[in-house]
Design a protein around this ligand. Structure first.
Ligand code: GLN
Length: 486
């Protein structure tokens, strides 16, 4: 039996019935990673010994009769999430030798649930990017076609899930970094409501936008993983003290009477025809299931990218000030230089080009004289975008749209043109600006065999509704979503 092909819930059933042990499942994964990872570079580190120890612990718990949806299940973690005693690089030279002395809140919760952590996955440097090409450790490749990007910045997690190199994974999403790679790689990715999941131990990119969420093989797994990681944590002051619903229990299989909004601004110029067709077909599936499809407008969408690309770099410029060669990891000292010289060399050579571009953009936008013109204006636009969604959710329960305007592109195609890369984030940054949840679920493939994702956006704390709609689409879609052959 090859356990690596299974979803989390299938594997949990096999573990519960003792058809397989967690150690056996973990060994299968480690063997498969050794064989497949060199082709796609999804993992930066595999923590074999630690994983096998966790697997043995899980087997002991199962032996005592304990049951749980994640007990003994092998998972992968984006390398922006702190893991005690295990390097956490953020895909950067700056942190290439950094070993955190503590676990992120989500890692603690996974440990309580008995999950096994296989390793840490590749990402755009400090989560800044949309293709996983800005990693200091080289790009991750799309398992459906290794000439193509897997999306980003959580491209390593998405590719690992797509290629059966883990049962499920965690990513982070500041402007689309869970939903867009899920869409490009043919898997499910969910960004929770801001505050639903603790950010304690997530290395900050843009703190008012960042959220951790699941990347999985199916929608039920996303619900299971979200249930495990969600909940209040007093170490993150923005974490919500609101009970966590039973997400898997709310996958009713029914969308009758659900009101689904189609925002005209998400189906306009620049949208690839095949993406548009597949997304509309997925919406038809909801219609046939008894959902009511309603045309809506989110009029400030056209200002979302401009606002995001001021706010995110501004917060990043502040968050990344701590990487100065003194407190963390990398340091470059020249024999005759002083302290300022050390800061300068460390930051010039420790960060890659995209990160430096963001720090400069952010520093500029926050500087005296420009603050009102850029940063303050961007915050005002952010409020208008939130109000667009508030109004829309007065009339509809979920909003359906593409996750990205195109399918995956070739490695190298956009790397020299940052602006065209930024434009690809147009349909995802809005949910982060508004703080609302969003999920990407595979809708089908294009003519070249590349996946296309349907994005469903929900009200604040409306995770159960978007999960239910995504679950219905996954179950009833007529378009095929084959596994990659790798
Ligand atoms: N692509 C977007 C950016 O580069 C979003 C990244 C993210 O969500 N971490 O900022």
């Amino acid at each position: 039996m090859d356990p690596t092909v299974h979803t989390i819930h299938e594997l949990a059933d096999l573990l519960k019935s003792r058809a397989i042990s967690s150690r056996e499942a973990t060994e299968h994964y480690i063997e498969r990673i050794a064989r497949i990872n060199p082709k796609i570079n999804a993992y930066l580190a595999v923590i074999e010994e630690h994983a096998l120890e966790q697997a043995d612990d899980a087997d002991a718990r199962i032996g005592k009769g304990e049951v749980g949806p994640l007990l003994g299940v092998p998972l992968a973690i984006k390398d922006v999430i702190c893991t005690r005693g295990v390097p956490t690089t953020c895909g950067s030279r700056m942190l290439k030798d950094y070993v955190p002395p503590y676990d992120a809140a989500v890692i603690e919760r996974l440990a309580q649930a008995g999950a096994v952590i296989l390793g840490k996955t590749n990402m755009d440097e400090f989560a800044m990017g949309s293709s996983t090409e800005s990693s200091y450790f080289g790009p991750t490749k799309n398992p459906h076609n290794t000439d193509y990007v897997p999306g980003g910045s959580s491209g390593g997690s998405a590719a690992a899930v797509a290629a059966d190199l883990c049962a499920g994974a965690l990513g982070s999403d500041t402007g689309g970094s869970i939903r867009q790679p899920a869409s490009y790689s043919g898997v499910v990715g969910l960004k929770p409501t801001y505050g639903r999941v603790s950010r304690y131990g997530l290395v900050a990119y843009a703190s008012s936008l960042d959220q951790i969420g699941p990347i999985t093989k199916d929608v039920r797994d996303a619900a299971l993983l979200l249930s495990a990681i969600a909940g209040h944590d007093k170490r993150d002051s923005t974490s919500l003290d609101i009970p966590v619903p039973d997400y898997p229990g709310q996958l009713t299989g029914d969308v009758k009477g659900m009101k689904v909004g189609l925002p005209k601004e998400y189906f306009g110029e620049g949208l690839d025809e095949e993406v548009s067709r597949r997304v509309r077909q997925a919406v038809d599936v909801l219609r046939e299931g008894g959902a009511e499809i309603i045309d809506i407008s989110l009029p400030h969408t056209e200002y979302a990218l401009a606002s995001y690309y001021i706010i995110a770099p501004s917060e990043a410029s502040s968050n990344l000030a701590r990487f100065d060669g003194v407190r963390y990891g990398y340091r470059e000292v020249h024999p005759d230089g002083g302290l300022t010289d050390m800061f300068e060399h460390t930051r010039s050579t420790g960060f890659g080009a995209e990160v430096k571009r963001r720090i400069m953009l952010g520093t500029y936008a926050l500087s005296a004289g420009y603050y009102d013109a850029y940063y303050k204006k961007a915050l005002q636009v952010r409020r208008l975008i939130r109000e667009d969604f508030d109004r829309a959710f007065g009339a509809v329960d979920v909003i359906a749209c593409p996750a990205a305007p195109t399918p995956a592109y070739r490695i190298g195609e956009k790397i020299a043109d940052p602006l065209s890369m930024y434009l690809g984030d147009i349909y995802t940054v809005t949910a982060n600006l508004a703080g609302i949840p969003g999920i990407s679920v595979p809708a089908g493939m294009n003519g070249q065999g590349l996946p296309i994702g349907l994005q469903l956006l929900g009200r604040p704390l409306g995770e159960a509704e978007i999960l239910a709609a995504a679950h219905f689409v996954q179950k009833h879609r007529t378009a095929e979503v084959p596994k990659p052959i790798i």
